[in-house]
Design a protein around this ligand. Sequence first.
Ligand code: JHZ
Length: 390
Amino acid sequence: MKRKFLDLGKQPIANGFLYEDDKDTEYFFNLGVAFDEDTKLVTQTEYVDGELMFNDSYVYRGSMSKTMRDHFHSLSNDLNLIYPGSKILEIGSNDGVFIKNFNPKTTIAVEPCGNFAKETQELGYNTYAEFWTQELADRINNKHGKQDIIFSANCICHIPDLDQTFKAVESLLSDKGVFIFEDPSLAEMINNNSYDQIYDEHPHIFSVIALDNLLRRNGLQITRVENLSVHGGSNRIFAKRIGSKVDETVEQNKAYERILGLDDYYTFKRFAVKVEQSKDALIRLLTNCKKESKKVIAYGATSKSTTIFNYCGIGPELIEYITDTTPEKQGKLSPGMHIPVITAKDKIHETVDYAYLGAWNFISEIKDKEQEFIARGGKFISHVPVVKFV
Ligand code: JHZ
């Protein structure tokens, strides 16, 4: 039974950056968040159709930050060492930032966004430009056989039907195969009040407790959990067939989550109060900047900032423009609030006083790049974990 605890209001497609002419036909939905008492899963009250988000004009490129390129490079090195010569399949391969590190002969990519599927296909990877389904898993099994590693980064939490997803994974794994996936951690979202992790593409935010419940009813169990710093705190989950050896990290993580109350609806009711307070504080801070005639921009046209700007009602009157390195977002307007997105030339322009960090998860990388801005008194603004200059 789903119990709603948070309403983030009317929201557009988080990565639906658009041109002036498309404003009248922009799609909106109501973003409500609920706790499922049976599985302990935090999930949305309604799900947006996959095709509206993941299509041939999808704009998010995983390879846009050095942090993530390094992250996937280091994981690939480890996997190539621990499981040499394994057959590997990635669900949601995006622009190939992870699979580029593997041998195309033993690697399969699954990516429903045609523009990115084309890129990995051209790099020589057998790419299925489709959503992950049981039917696709069966077809891959018939053609290429079982897989030793099924990997997925920032994708499993994007799929509404987890039972079907996990069943399909289980059916395609070799006997000793491992399913490795990483997604933002619910514990870190609660600790950091980073409610902007919730948007159309994230129908669920995972706890280890909920994932183990869901995997187990589909023949898999968590055997190891690694806590990662990327994307504001993520968990890397290792899952194998039920009956496999489980290490101590699984119970450690579950115990920690029980202490945080992630198995209790009222934890999320309290979180909802903090979300509202965060909204009020951010509006207050930006309004004061405006009163003092400060020039405020945003840094990183993220999916996360779509939630923030639309929930808080922050538009071009408070944030003049957003800079972003992604060519596919530049020259367009941000979803819903229509703040212009421009090229992140080399550095923040010298007329800027403050920059709201849409990409707060890359704060170290960004601060390293923007030493001049900091040296001349420029400040970053973040709402994570509380609204303040950072
Ligand atoms: P970033 C996306 O979320 C969507 P977003 C998706 N649903 C998901 O799960 C996560 O990623 C993983 C830019 N940038 O990674 C690049 C600069 O301009 O936080 C990106 O557009 N300058 C798949 O969109 C954005 O910021 C920089 O120096 O919230 C970062 O987006 C850096 C470092 C980044 O993900």
